[in-house]
Design a protein. Structure first.
Ligand code: 2AM
Length: 195
């Protein structure tokens, strides 16, 4: 689509495990009450996900091949649970806030997907270990053009007990990330339901 792509028709892509609507609703409700520091910008409700593979800028042919691979991906639904929020990075001034989502099944999904993408010549695995998490807020940067995150005075409290109950991630989606002034918007390009 015109105007939606970067240089040379490239799109910024990633594959994610979607969270069930009820969990997105509960995280959004928690965020409305807890993400009150003006330096924090809460993620949009529909943007809440666990990234399985970050693909970066890709041209149309690669994007089509990745979409086909995602549509043909077969795997069981992955149980996961959320933990209390942690500022990231852990050292230095934080630029984001994430909920860790420890889950061997999600790590298996990541591995299975990465193996298929690598076999198709579409992905170079990351050197760092896979760490499943849901980013719930970004920290605004200081002034125009500045990259340094603002200082956050009031970090949110812990998650309510109900949000720490295990649940299933049931859908894998290829997203295009569109950078916008109000924060990135993620457009679904291909999806597969897990069994
Ligand atoms: P984050 O939530 O930890 O920031 C869209 O930007 C998604 O891709 C986000 O979930 C983001 O992770 C992830 N992402 C962005 N840049 C990345 C990178 N260089 N390596 C791995 N994941 C990245």
């Amino acid at each position: 689509m015109e105007g939606r792509e970067g240089k040379g028709g490239r799109q910024r892509l990633f594959v994610a495990l979607d969270l069930p609507d009820a969990i997105r609703d509960d995280i959004a409700a928690w965020g409305e009450a807890e993400l009150i520091d003006p330096a924090l910008r809460a993620a949009r409700r529909e943007s809440l996900h666990v990234t399985l593979a970050f693909l970066g800028g890709r041209g149309p042919d690669e994007a089509a091949a990745i979409a086909a691979l995602v549509r043909g991906f077969e795997a069981p639904g992955a149980p996961l649970r959320l933990e209390d929020p942690v500022p990231l990075p852990r050292r230095g001034r934080p630029s984001a806030l994430a909920l860790p989502a420890p889950s061997p099944a999600t790590a298996d999904l990541h591995r299975g997907l990465a193996e298929r993408l690598v076999a198709a010549g579409l992905y170079e695995p990351e050197k760092r270990d896979f760490w499943p998490h849901v980013t719930v807020a970004r920290v605004r940067t200081e002034g125009r053009g500045a990259r340094r995150p603002e200082a956050v005075a009031r970090w949110p409290g812990d998650l309510p007990k109900a949000l720490k109950e295990p649940f299933y991630g049931v859908r894998v989606t290829l997203y295009r990330s569109e950078l916008q002034p109000g924060g990135a918007r993620y457009v679904p390009l291909a999806q597969v339901e897990l069994s």
